[in-house]
Design a protein around this ligand. Structure first.
Ligand code: GLN
Length: 193
C-alpha cells in the first residue's frame, strides 16, 4: 500500500512519519503525476487558503477532485478537512475540492482557545478516547445524509466525519502518539481493494 501526503504546506512531515510507523509506504506529493499509483491521499493541516492557493497553482484541483469523486480514499485533517467540504464559511473565494456534503466553519474556536487538546470519544476507534489536538481548528456546522458523524465535542460540535472513503477531522491526529485514526484510514483503503 502507498499513501501520498500532499506536501504543499503544513504538517505533512508528521503524517508521513506516522504512516511509516504503521509499516506503510508514505511519500510527499506535490505534482499531479505523483498521484499515480497511490492507494490513498492525506491532506494535512496548515493554512487552508495557502494550501488551496498552491493546489490551484500546482494544477492539482481537478485531478484530486476526480479521484475523490471516483471513490479514491482521502483523509483531510484540519485545513485538509476545509479543503474537502462543499461549503466553507469564513473563507476566501478560492474554489475548494468540495467533495464532502458538509458545511465547515474555519477558525471556529476564536482566539481565546485557539489551541487545545481533549480526550475525544470516537466510537469507530474503540472505547479509549482519542487525544485530539485542535489548532485554530474548523468545525463541521452541518452535514448531509451521506456523511457519517464520527466524533462530537461535549458541546455537540461535530469534529470528525466520514463519507464513503473520504475521512475528515477538525483536529490533528498526526500530532499525537495515537495511531488509531491513521490505522482506521488504512483499513478503509484495505476494505476498498
Ligand atoms: N485555521 C486554519 C485554516 O482554516 C486551519 C488550522 C490548521 O490546519 N491547524 O486553514
Amino acid at each position: 500500500m502507498r499513501i501520498g501526503v500532499l506536501a504543499l504546506q503544513g504538517a505533512f512531515i508528521e503524517h508521513i512519519k506516522l504512516v511509516k510507523k504503521l509499516g506503510t509506504e508514505a511519500l510527499a506529493v506535490r505534482r499531479p503525476d505523483e498521484l499515480k499509483g497511490l492507494d490513498g491521499l492525506i491532506i494535512p493541516g496548515g493554512e487552508s487558503t495557502t494550501i488551496l492557493n498552491l493546489i490551484h497553482s500546482f494544477r492539482l484541483l481537478k485531478p484530486i477532485k476526480k479521484l475523490a469523486q471516483a471513490g479514491f480514499p482521502i483523509l483531510g485533517t484540519c485545513a485538509g478537512m476545509v479543503c474537502l467540504a462543499k461549503k466553507i464559511s469564513n473563507n476566501s473565494s478560492l474554489e475548494a475540492l468540495a467533495v464532502m456534503d458538509m458545511a465547515v466553519r474555519r477558525n471556529a474556536f476564536g482566539r481565546q482557545i485557539d489551541s487545545f487538546e481533549v480526550k475525544l470519544p470516537i466510537p469507530a476507534l474503540g472505547d479509549k478516547p482519542f487525544p485530539a489536538v485542535f489548532i485554530r481548528a474548523p468545525i463541521i456546522e452541518s452535514a448531509g445524509p451521506p456523511v457519517e458523524i464520527l466524533a462530537k465535542l461535549p458541546s455537540g460540535t461535530i469534529v470528525a466525519a466520514r463519507q464513503g472513503r473520504l475521512l475528515a477531522t477538525a483536529f490533528h491526529p498526526e500530532l499525537s502518539n495515537d495511531l488509531r485514526l491513521h490505522r482506521y484510514f488504512l483499513d478503509i483503503i484495505a476494505d476498498a481493494s
